[in-house]
Design a protein around this ligand. Structure first.
Ligand SMILES: Nc1ncnc2c1ncn2[C@@H]1O[C@H](COP(=O)(O)OP(=O)(O)OP(=O)(O)O)[C@@H](O)[C@H]1O
Length: 492
Protein backbone atom coordinates (compact mmCIF):
# COMPACT_ATOMS: atom_id res chain seq x y z
CA UNK A 1 0.00 0.00 0.00
CA UNK A 2 1.33 3.45 -0.95
CA UNK A 3 2.22 5.83 1.89
CA UNK A 4 -0.40 8.63 2.23
CA UNK A 5 2.07 11.37 1.24
CA UNK A 6 3.03 9.52 -1.98
CA UNK A 7 -0.62 8.97 -2.87
CA UNK A 8 -1.46 12.62 -2.01
CA UNK A 9 1.26 14.02 -4.26
CA UNK A 10 0.28 11.70 -7.17
CA UNK A 11 -3.39 12.71 -6.83
CA UNK A 12 -2.45 16.40 -6.52
CA UNK A 13 -0.45 16.23 -9.76
CA UNK A 14 -3.35 14.44 -11.46
CA UNK A 15 -5.87 17.14 -10.41
CA UNK A 16 -3.61 19.94 -11.66
CA UNK A 17 -3.31 18.13 -15.01
CA UNK A 18 -7.09 17.73 -15.23
CA UNK A 19 -7.83 21.39 -14.52
CA UNK A 20 -5.28 22.50 -17.11
CA UNK A 21 -6.81 20.15 -19.69
CA UNK A 22 -10.37 21.30 -18.92
CA UNK A 23 -9.30 24.94 -19.39
CA UNK A 24 -7.50 24.24 -22.68
CA UNK A 25 -10.33 22.13 -24.13
CA UNK A 26 -13.14 24.49 -22.90
CA UNK A 27 -15.10 21.60 -21.37
CA UNK A 28 -18.58 22.84 -20.22
CA UNK A 29 -19.17 23.21 -16.46
CA UNK A 30 -21.99 20.56 -16.04
CA UNK A 31 -19.83 17.99 -17.72
CA UNK A 32 -16.89 18.89 -15.50
CA UNK A 33 -19.12 18.66 -12.39
CA UNK A 34 -20.29 15.18 -13.42
CA UNK A 35 -16.72 14.16 -13.96
CA UNK A 36 -15.63 15.46 -10.54
CA UNK A 37 -18.36 13.42 -8.77
CA UNK A 38 -17.15 10.33 -10.55
CA UNK A 39 -13.55 11.27 -9.72
CA UNK A 40 -14.34 11.59 -5.98
CA UNK A 41 -15.78 8.04 -6.00
CA UNK A 42 -12.70 6.66 -7.70
CA UNK A 43 -10.53 8.66 -5.29
CA UNK A 44 -12.07 6.98 -2.25
CA UNK A 45 -10.96 3.65 -3.69
CA UNK A 46 -7.43 4.60 -4.75
CA UNK A 47 -6.82 6.89 -1.73
CA UNK A 48 -8.18 4.91 1.24
CA UNK A 49 -6.95 7.30 3.94
CA UNK A 50 -8.83 9.51 6.33
CA UNK A 51 -7.56 12.38 8.38
CA UNK A 52 -8.24 14.05 11.73
CA UNK A 53 -7.05 17.62 12.27
CA UNK A 54 -6.09 18.71 15.77
CA UNK A 55 -5.79 22.50 16.03
CA UNK A 56 -3.57 24.34 18.50
CA UNK A 57 -6.22 26.90 19.53
CA UNK A 58 -9.97 26.60 19.76
CA UNK A 59 -13.12 28.20 21.11
CA UNK A 60 -14.35 31.75 21.54
CA UNK A 61 -11.48 32.80 23.81
CA UNK A 62 -8.97 30.90 21.68
CA UNK A 63 -7.83 28.63 24.46
CA UNK A 64 -5.17 26.04 23.70
CA UNK A 65 -6.74 22.74 22.87
CA UNK A 66 -5.84 20.08 25.41
CA UNK A 67 -5.74 17.39 22.74
CA UNK A 68 -3.11 19.39 20.85
CA UNK A 69 -0.88 19.85 23.92
CA UNK A 70 -1.22 16.22 24.96
CA UNK A 71 -0.54 15.05 21.38
CA UNK A 72 2.54 17.27 21.34
CA UNK A 73 3.76 15.73 24.61
CA UNK A 74 2.93 12.23 23.36
CA UNK A 75 4.85 12.71 20.13
CA UNK A 76 7.69 14.20 22.11
CA UNK A 77 7.94 11.16 24.38
CA UNK A 78 7.20 8.41 21.86
CA UNK A 79 8.00 9.42 18.32
CA UNK A 80 10.79 12.00 18.26
CA UNK A 81 13.45 9.33 17.72
CA UNK A 82 11.85 8.67 14.34
CA UNK A 83 11.74 12.33 13.23
CA UNK A 84 14.52 14.09 11.37
CA UNK A 85 13.52 17.68 12.12
CA UNK A 86 12.88 18.53 15.75
CA UNK A 87 12.14 21.68 17.71
CA UNK A 88 12.65 22.48 21.40
CA UNK A 89 10.28 24.76 23.34
CA UNK A 90 9.99 25.73 26.98
CA UNK A 91 6.23 25.27 27.24
CA UNK A 92 4.04 27.18 29.68
CA UNK A 93 4.15 25.42 33.03
CA UNK A 94 7.05 23.14 32.10
CA UNK A 95 10.37 23.10 33.89
CA UNK A 96 12.28 21.34 31.09
CA UNK A 97 12.37 22.04 27.35
CA UNK A 98 9.94 19.95 25.34
CA UNK A 99 11.59 18.45 22.27
CA UNK A 100 9.01 17.55 19.65
CA UNK A 101 8.60 17.26 15.88
CA UNK A 102 9.16 20.44 13.90
CA UNK A 103 6.60 22.16 11.63
CA UNK A 104 6.00 20.36 8.32
CA UNK A 105 7.67 17.24 9.66
CA UNK A 106 6.14 13.78 9.60
CA UNK A 107 6.43 10.76 11.90
CA UNK A 108 4.75 7.40 12.05
CA UNK A 109 3.38 5.59 15.05
CA UNK A 110 2.14 2.05 15.49
CA UNK A 111 -0.77 1.19 17.74
CA UNK A 112 -1.93 -2.43 18.11
CA UNK A 113 -0.14 -3.30 14.88
CA UNK A 114 -1.79 -0.43 12.98
CA UNK A 115 0.32 2.27 11.38
CA UNK A 116 -0.73 5.92 11.58
CA UNK A 117 0.95 9.07 10.24
CA UNK A 118 1.34 12.35 12.09
CA UNK A 119 2.04 15.57 10.18
CA UNK A 120 2.88 18.78 11.96
CA UNK A 121 1.53 21.75 9.96
CA UNK A 122 1.33 25.53 10.16
CA UNK A 123 -1.37 27.61 8.50
CA UNK A 124 -0.80 31.36 8.03
CA UNK A 125 -3.76 33.69 7.65
CA UNK A 126 -3.76 36.03 4.65
CA UNK A 127 -6.10 38.45 6.40
CA UNK A 128 -4.83 42.01 6.87
CA UNK A 129 -6.82 42.34 10.10
CA UNK A 130 -4.59 42.45 13.19
CA UNK A 131 -5.93 39.97 15.71
CA UNK A 132 -5.69 40.11 19.48
CA UNK A 133 -6.03 36.36 19.74
CA UNK A 134 -2.92 34.21 19.54
CA UNK A 135 -3.26 31.64 16.82
CA UNK A 136 -5.43 33.78 14.55
CA UNK A 137 -2.54 34.85 12.30
CA UNK A 138 -0.75 31.55 12.49
CA UNK A 139 -2.43 28.30 13.40
CA UNK A 140 -0.46 25.17 14.09
CA UNK A 141 -2.16 21.83 13.77
CA UNK A 142 -1.51 18.13 13.53
CA UNK A 143 -2.97 15.93 10.81
CA UNK A 144 -3.45 12.41 11.99
CA UNK A 145 -3.81 10.19 8.91
CA UNK A 146 -4.86 6.54 8.98
CA UNK A 147 -6.39 3.90 6.72
CA UNK A 148 -10.17 4.22 6.65
CA UNK A 149 -10.49 0.60 7.75
CA UNK A 150 -8.95 1.60 11.11
CA UNK A 151 -11.27 4.52 11.81
CA UNK A 152 -13.00 2.83 14.75
CA UNK A 153 -9.73 1.90 16.38
CA UNK A 154 -8.34 5.43 15.97
CA UNK A 155 -11.47 7.25 17.15
CA UNK A 156 -12.35 4.84 19.91
CA UNK A 157 -9.00 3.82 21.36
CA UNK A 158 -6.01 5.52 19.82
CA UNK A 159 -7.11 9.08 20.68
CA UNK A 160 -7.76 8.03 24.30
CA UNK A 161 -4.33 6.40 24.34
CA UNK A 162 -2.82 9.72 23.15
CA UNK A 163 -4.66 11.61 25.91
CA UNK A 164 -3.55 9.21 28.63
CA UNK A 165 0.08 8.92 27.59
CA UNK A 166 0.36 12.62 26.71
CA UNK A 167 -1.03 13.68 30.08
CA UNK A 168 1.42 11.39 31.86
CA UNK A 169 4.30 12.89 29.83
CA UNK A 170 3.11 16.42 30.66
CA UNK A 171 2.96 15.55 34.37
CA UNK A 172 6.58 14.37 34.35
CA UNK A 173 7.71 17.53 32.64
CA UNK A 174 5.59 20.12 34.35
CA UNK A 175 6.31 22.86 36.85
CA UNK A 176 3.78 22.59 39.65
CA UNK A 177 1.48 25.56 40.15
CA UNK A 178 -0.15 27.57 42.88
CA UNK A 179 -3.53 28.84 41.68
CA UNK A 180 -5.60 31.65 43.19
CA UNK A 181 -9.13 32.49 42.12
CA UNK A 182 -9.78 35.79 40.36
CA UNK A 183 -12.74 37.94 41.38
CA UNK A 184 -15.73 36.97 39.24
CA UNK A 185 -15.99 40.53 37.84
CA UNK A 186 -12.76 39.91 35.88
CA UNK A 187 -13.78 36.56 34.35
CA UNK A 188 -15.31 38.14 31.29
CA UNK A 189 -12.25 40.23 30.44
CA UNK A 190 -10.12 39.22 27.52
CA UNK A 191 -8.46 35.87 28.26
CA UNK A 192 -8.97 36.23 32.02
CA UNK A 193 -9.89 32.89 33.47
CA UNK A 194 -11.28 31.81 36.80
CA UNK A 195 -7.84 30.97 38.20
CA UNK A 196 -4.47 32.67 37.84
CA UNK A 197 -1.29 30.89 38.78
CA UNK A 198 2.35 31.21 39.70
CA UNK A 199 5.00 28.49 40.02
CA UNK A 200 4.60 26.54 43.25
CA UNK A 201 8.00 26.57 44.91
CA UNK A 202 7.33 26.34 48.65
CA UNK A 203 10.22 24.36 50.18
CA UNK A 204 8.35 22.83 53.18
CA UNK A 205 8.43 19.04 53.32
CA UNK A 206 7.51 16.46 55.92
CA UNK A 207 11.20 16.38 56.90
CA UNK A 208 11.15 20.08 57.80
CA UNK A 209 7.73 19.94 59.49
CA UNK A 210 8.00 20.01 63.28
CA UNK A 211 5.36 17.80 64.84
CA UNK A 212 4.90 14.59 66.75
CA UNK A 213 6.67 11.86 64.68
CA UNK A 214 3.88 9.31 65.16
CA UNK A 215 1.25 11.76 63.97
CA UNK A 216 3.42 12.67 61.00
CA UNK A 217 3.89 9.01 60.06
CA UNK A 218 0.11 8.44 60.27
CA UNK A 219 -0.55 11.37 57.89
CA UNK A 220 2.08 10.19 55.40
CA UNK A 221 0.59 6.70 55.56
CA UNK A 222 -2.89 8.09 54.88
CA UNK A 223 -1.62 10.09 51.89
CA UNK A 224 0.16 7.08 50.39
CA UNK A 225 -2.97 4.94 50.77
CA UNK A 226 -4.97 7.68 49.06
CA UNK A 227 -2.49 8.16 46.20
CA UNK A 228 -2.39 4.46 45.44
CA UNK A 229 -6.10 3.90 45.97
CA UNK A 230 -7.53 4.43 42.49
CA UNK A 231 -8.78 0.85 42.08
CA UNK A 232 -9.97 0.69 45.69
CA UNK A 233 -12.05 3.86 45.38
CA UNK A 234 -13.48 2.56 42.12
CA UNK A 235 -14.33 -0.80 43.75
CA UNK A 236 -16.19 0.73 46.68
CA UNK A 237 -17.96 3.24 44.41
CA UNK A 238 -16.55 6.38 46.04
CA UNK A 239 -15.07 9.41 44.34
CA UNK A 240 -11.30 9.50 44.56
CA UNK A 241 -11.04 12.37 46.99
CA UNK A 242 -10.02 13.03 50.56
CA UNK A 243 -10.71 15.87 52.93
CA UNK A 244 -8.40 17.11 55.69
CA UNK A 245 -9.27 19.60 58.40
CA UNK A 246 -6.17 21.26 59.86
CA UNK A 247 -6.78 23.13 63.07
CA UNK A 248 -4.71 24.77 65.75
CA UNK A 249 -3.48 28.18 66.96
CA UNK A 250 -1.78 30.59 64.53
CA UNK A 251 1.84 29.71 63.79
CA UNK A 252 1.59 25.98 64.45
CA UNK A 253 2.26 24.96 60.85
CA UNK A 254 -1.09 24.58 59.06
CA UNK A 255 0.11 26.33 55.89
CA UNK A 256 3.48 24.54 56.11
CA UNK A 257 1.62 21.23 56.32
CA UNK A 258 -0.32 22.03 53.10
CA UNK A 259 2.93 22.71 51.27
CA UNK A 260 4.48 19.54 52.67
CA UNK A 261 1.48 17.52 51.41
CA UNK A 262 1.66 19.18 47.97
CA UNK A 263 5.39 18.50 47.70
CA UNK A 264 4.99 14.93 48.89
CA UNK A 265 2.22 14.08 46.40
CA UNK A 266 3.54 16.41 43.67
CA UNK A 267 0.12 18.01 43.28
CA UNK A 268 -0.88 21.53 42.26
CA UNK A 269 -2.44 23.77 44.90
CA UNK A 270 -5.66 25.74 44.35
CA UNK A 271 -5.91 28.39 47.06
CA UNK A 272 -9.62 29.20 47.08
CA UNK A 273 -10.43 32.63 48.49
CA UNK A 274 -14.11 32.29 49.36
CA UNK A 275 -14.59 36.02 49.97
CA UNK A 276 -14.08 36.56 46.23
CA UNK A 277 -16.91 34.13 45.42
CA UNK A 278 -20.38 35.63 45.43
CA UNK A 279 -22.73 32.82 44.46
CA UNK A 280 -23.08 29.05 44.41
CA UNK A 281 -23.04 29.23 40.62
CA UNK A 282 -19.61 30.90 40.69
CA UNK A 283 -18.39 28.28 43.15
CA UNK A 284 -19.50 25.54 40.77
CA UNK A 285 -17.54 27.13 37.89
CA UNK A 286 -14.48 27.48 40.10
CA UNK A 287 -14.54 23.81 41.12
CA UNK A 288 -15.13 22.61 37.57
CA UNK A 289 -12.02 24.44 36.41
CA UNK A 290 -9.70 22.61 38.80
CA UNK A 291 -7.70 19.70 37.44
CA UNK A 292 -6.89 16.26 38.86
CA UNK A 293 -3.85 15.70 41.08
CA UNK A 294 -4.58 18.86 42.97
CA UNK A 295 -5.23 20.16 46.46
CA UNK A 296 -8.05 22.67 46.94
CA UNK A 297 -7.38 24.76 50.03
CA UNK A 298 -9.77 27.00 51.91
CA UNK A 299 -7.78 28.75 54.65
CA UNK A 300 -9.40 30.13 57.80
CA UNK A 301 -12.75 28.76 56.76
CA UNK A 302 -14.39 30.09 59.92
CA UNK A 303 -13.60 33.66 58.82
CA UNK A 304 -14.36 33.49 55.13
CA UNK A 305 -17.98 32.43 54.98
CA UNK A 306 -21.15 32.61 57.04
CA UNK A 307 -20.58 29.06 58.12
CA UNK A 308 -20.43 29.16 61.87
CA UNK A 309 -23.49 28.18 63.85
CA UNK A 310 -23.82 31.46 65.70
CA UNK A 311 -23.36 33.63 62.66
CA UNK A 312 -25.72 31.42 60.74
CA UNK A 313 -28.42 31.92 63.37
CA UNK A 314 -27.93 35.69 63.30
CA UNK A 315 -28.01 35.66 59.53
CA UNK A 316 -31.23 33.62 59.58
CA UNK A 317 -32.88 36.23 61.81
CA UNK A 318 -31.76 38.96 59.40
CA UNK A 319 -32.97 36.98 56.38
CA UNK A 320 -36.35 36.37 58.04
CA UNK A 321 -36.75 40.10 58.66
CA UNK A 322 -35.84 40.86 55.06
CA UNK A 323 -38.32 38.26 53.84
CA UNK A 324 -41.07 39.99 55.82
CA UNK A 325 -40.20 43.23 54.07
CA UNK A 326 -40.75 41.71 50.60
CA UNK A 327 -43.77 43.14 48.84
CA UNK A 328 -46.45 40.74 47.57
CA UNK A 329 -45.33 39.49 44.16
CA UNK A 330 -41.66 40.06 44.92
CA UNK A 331 -39.86 36.74 44.90
CA UNK A 332 -37.11 35.65 47.17
CA UNK A 333 -33.74 35.35 45.39
CA UNK A 334 -32.98 31.71 44.67
CA UNK A 335 -30.10 30.02 46.51
CA UNK A 336 -27.79 30.07 43.51
CA UNK A 337 -27.64 33.87 43.59
CA UNK A 338 -25.68 33.79 46.86
CA UNK A 339 -22.98 31.65 48.42
CA UNK A 340 -24.30 29.36 51.11
CA UNK A 341 -23.09 26.60 53.38
CA UNK A 342 -25.38 24.14 51.62
CA UNK A 343 -23.88 25.27 48.30
CA UNK A 344 -20.42 24.46 49.54
CA UNK A 345 -21.53 21.10 50.96
CA UNK A 346 -23.22 20.19 47.68
CA UNK A 347 -20.07 20.85 45.72
CA UNK A 348 -17.88 18.91 48.10
CA UNK A 349 -20.21 15.91 47.90
CA UNK A 350 -21.72 15.97 44.48
CA UNK A 351 -20.45 17.87 41.54
CA UNK A 352 -16.86 17.99 42.70
CA UNK A 353 -16.87 14.26 43.33
CA UNK A 354 -18.06 13.70 39.80
CA UNK A 355 -14.96 15.39 38.33
CA UNK A 356 -12.38 12.80 37.30
CA UNK A 357 -8.89 12.58 38.81
CA UNK A 358 -7.81 12.54 42.39
CA UNK A 359 -8.35 15.63 44.49
CA UNK A 360 -7.72 16.61 48.07
CA UNK A 361 -9.61 19.35 49.84
CA UNK A 362 -8.13 21.01 52.92
CA UNK A 363 -9.80 23.42 55.32
CA UNK A 364 -7.76 25.26 57.92
CA UNK A 365 -9.09 27.02 60.98
CA UNK A 366 -7.92 28.40 64.30
CA UNK A 367 -11.39 27.75 65.77
CA UNK A 368 -12.77 24.30 64.86
CA UNK A 369 -15.49 24.68 67.51
CA UNK A 370 -17.06 27.48 65.48
CA UNK A 371 -17.58 25.36 62.38
CA UNK A 372 -20.84 23.78 61.41
CA UNK A 373 -20.88 20.05 62.20
CA UNK A 374 -22.10 19.24 58.70
CA UNK A 375 -19.05 20.85 57.16
CA UNK A 376 -16.48 18.80 58.99
CA UNK A 377 -18.19 15.49 59.54
CA UNK A 378 -16.26 12.35 58.56
CA UNK A 379 -16.83 11.60 54.91
CA UNK A 380 -16.36 15.27 54.09
CA UNK A 381 -13.32 16.01 56.19
CA UNK A 382 -11.98 12.48 56.53
CA UNK A 383 -9.05 13.30 58.79
CA UNK A 384 -8.98 15.98 61.48
CA UNK A 385 -5.40 16.99 62.21
CA UNK A 386 -4.55 19.11 65.21
CA UNK A 387 -1.40 21.21 64.94
CA UNK A 388 -0.43 22.37 68.34
CA UNK A 389 2.19 24.09 70.44
CA UNK A 390 5.80 23.01 70.14
CA UNK A 391 6.67 19.76 71.89
CA UNK A 392 10.22 18.61 72.56
CA UNK A 393 10.02 16.15 69.64
CA UNK A 394 8.93 18.97 67.33
CA UNK A 395 11.72 21.19 68.67
CA UNK A 396 14.29 18.50 67.77
CA UNK A 397 13.13 18.67 64.12
CA UNK A 398 13.54 22.46 64.13
CA UNK A 399 16.97 22.25 65.79
CA UNK A 400 18.10 19.74 63.17
CA UNK A 401 16.81 21.93 60.33
CA UNK A 402 17.97 25.28 61.61
CA UNK A 403 21.18 24.41 63.52
CA UNK A 404 22.06 20.96 62.19
CA UNK A 405 22.32 19.55 65.72
CA UNK A 406 20.61 16.45 67.05
CA UNK A 407 21.99 16.54 70.61
CA UNK A 408 23.14 19.32 72.92
CA UNK A 409 23.53 19.74 76.68
CA UNK A 410 21.00 22.64 76.63
CA UNK A 411 18.28 20.36 75.20
CA UNK A 412 17.49 19.18 78.78
CA UNK A 413 16.52 22.70 79.89
CA UNK A 414 14.54 23.30 76.71
CA UNK A 415 12.67 20.02 77.21
CA UNK A 416 11.59 21.07 80.75
CA UNK A 417 10.57 24.55 79.57
CA UNK A 418 8.56 23.27 76.58
CA UNK A 419 6.60 20.97 78.91
CA UNK A 420 5.54 24.05 80.92
CA UNK A 421 5.04 26.72 78.24
CA UNK A 422 2.68 26.98 75.28
CA UNK A 423 4.89 28.33 72.52
CA UNK A 424 4.25 27.86 68.80
CA UNK A 425 6.75 26.22 66.42
CA UNK A 426 6.76 29.57 64.54
CA UNK A 427 8.06 31.34 67.69
CA UNK A 428 10.63 28.60 68.36
CA UNK A 429 11.83 28.78 64.74
CA UNK A 430 12.10 32.55 65.00
CA UNK A 431 14.09 32.22 68.25
CA UNK A 432 16.55 29.84 66.63
CA UNK A 433 16.88 31.96 63.53
CA UNK A 434 17.52 35.30 65.17
CA UNK A 435 21.00 34.56 66.53
CA UNK A 436 21.88 32.21 63.68
CA UNK A 437 21.88 35.10 61.22
CA UNK A 438 24.42 37.02 63.34
CA UNK A 439 26.86 34.24 64.16
CA UNK A 440 26.81 30.54 63.59
CA UNK A 441 27.19 29.65 67.27
CA UNK A 442 24.78 26.84 68.22
CA UNK A 443 25.03 27.56 71.94
CA UNK A 444 24.18 31.24 71.39
CA UNK A 445 21.08 30.23 69.38
CA UNK A 446 19.89 27.80 72.05
CA UNK A 447 20.60 30.32 74.82
CA UNK A 448 18.56 32.87 72.92
CA UNK A 449 15.70 30.39 72.56
CA UNK A 450 15.78 29.61 76.31
CA UNK A 451 15.54 33.35 77.09
CA UNK A 452 12.59 33.69 74.71
CA UNK A 453 10.73 30.70 76.19
CA UNK A 454 11.36 32.00 79.73
CA UNK A 455 10.06 35.44 78.71
CA UNK A 456 6.96 33.79 77.26
CA UNK A 457 6.51 31.80 80.47
CA UNK A 458 6.69 34.97 82.54
CA UNK A 459 4.28 36.80 80.23
CA UNK A 460 1.81 33.89 80.45
CA UNK A 461 2.04 33.84 84.25
CA UNK A 462 1.42 37.58 84.44
CA UNK A 463 -1.52 37.32 82.06
CA UNK A 464 -2.91 34.48 84.20
CA UNK A 465 -2.55 36.60 87.37
CA UNK A 466 -4.25 39.52 85.61
CA UNK A 467 -7.10 37.23 84.59
CA UNK A 468 -7.53 35.93 88.18
CA UNK A 469 -7.47 39.50 89.48
CA UNK A 470 -10.17 40.72 87.10
CA UNK A 471 -12.23 37.58 87.84
CA UNK A 472 -11.99 38.31 91.58
CA UNK A 473 -12.91 41.98 90.99
CA UNK A 474 -15.93 41.10 88.90
CA UNK A 475 -17.24 38.60 91.51
CA UNK A 476 -16.77 41.23 94.29
CA UNK A 477 -18.66 43.72 92.14
CA UNK A 478 -21.44 41.18 91.60
CA UNK A 479 -21.66 40.56 95.37
CA UNK A 480 -21.86 44.34 96.01
CA UNK A 481 -24.60 44.74 93.40
CA UNK A 482 -26.53 41.92 95.05
CA UNK A 483 -26.24 43.64 98.49
CA UNK A 484 -27.49 46.91 96.98
CA UNK A 485 -30.48 45.13 95.45
CA UNK A 486 -31.32 43.50 98.81
CA UNK A 487 -31.05 46.88 100.60
CA UNK A 488 -33.41 48.40 98.01
CA UNK A 489 -35.91 45.57 98.55
CA UNK A 490 -35.86 46.09 102.35
CA UNK A 491 -36.41 49.84 101.89
CA UNK A 492 -39.39 49.14 99.69
N1 LIG B 1 5.14 22.78 62.62
C1 LIG B 1 6.05 23.56 62.04
N2 LIG B 1 7.14 23.04 61.50
C2 LIG B 1 8.09 23.80 60.91
N3 LIG B 1 7.99 25.14 60.83
C3 LIG B 1 6.89 25.72 61.34
C4 LIG B 1 5.86 24.96 61.96
N4 LIG B 1 4.92 25.80 62.38
C5 LIG B 1 5.30 27.01 62.03
N5 LIG B 1 6.49 27.00 61.40
C6 LIG B 1 7.23 28.16 60.90
O1 LIG B 1 6.43 29.31 61.15
C7 LIG B 1 6.02 29.96 59.95
C8 LIG B 1 4.50 30.18 59.99
O2 LIG B 1 3.86 28.94 60.01
P1 LIG B 1 2.51 28.60 59.21
O3 LIG B 1 2.15 29.73 58.33
O4 LIG B 1 2.65 27.26 58.61
O5 LIG B 1 1.50 28.56 60.43
P2 LIG B 1 -0.09 28.55 60.40
O6 LIG B 1 -0.53 27.61 61.47
O7 LIG B 1 -0.57 28.30 59.03
O8 LIG B 1 -0.41 30.04 60.83
P3 LIG B 1 -1.77 30.87 60.55
O9 LIG B 1 -2.89 30.19 61.25
O10 LIG B 1 -1.44 32.22 61.15
O11 LIG B 1 -1.92 30.93 59.06
C9 LIG B 1 6.41 29.03 58.83
O12 LIG B 1 6.93 29.72 57.73
C10 LIG B 1 7.45 28.12 59.42
O13 LIG B 1 8.73 28.68 59.20
Amino acid sequence: MAEPWAATSAIGTFIVLLITMARNLNIPFPLMDLFMTFFRKVLSVVYPYEQITINDYRGEYMQRDELYTTAEAYLSSVCTSRARKLKAELGKGCDRPLVTIDDNEEVTDTFRGTKVWWYSRKRTSNSSVISFYPGNEECKYYCLTFHKGHRQLVEGEYLNHILKEGRAALLCNRQRKLFTNNPSSSWYNYRSSVWSHVAFEHPATFDTLAMDPEKKAAIIDDLVTFREGKEYYQKIGKAWKRGYLLYGPPGTGKSSMISAIANFLEYDVYDLELTAVKTNTELRKIFIETTGKSIIVIEDIDCTLELTNKRKEKKKEKDDKEKEKLLPGQEEKDDNSKLTLSGLLNFIDGLWSACGGERIIIFTTNHPEKLDEALIRRGRMDMHIELSYCTFEAFKVLAKNYLEVEQHELFRIIRTLLAEVNITPADVAEGLLRKKSRNNDVRACLDNLIIEIQAKKQADEEAEKEKDKSKAESSTQKALDLDDDKADDIKK
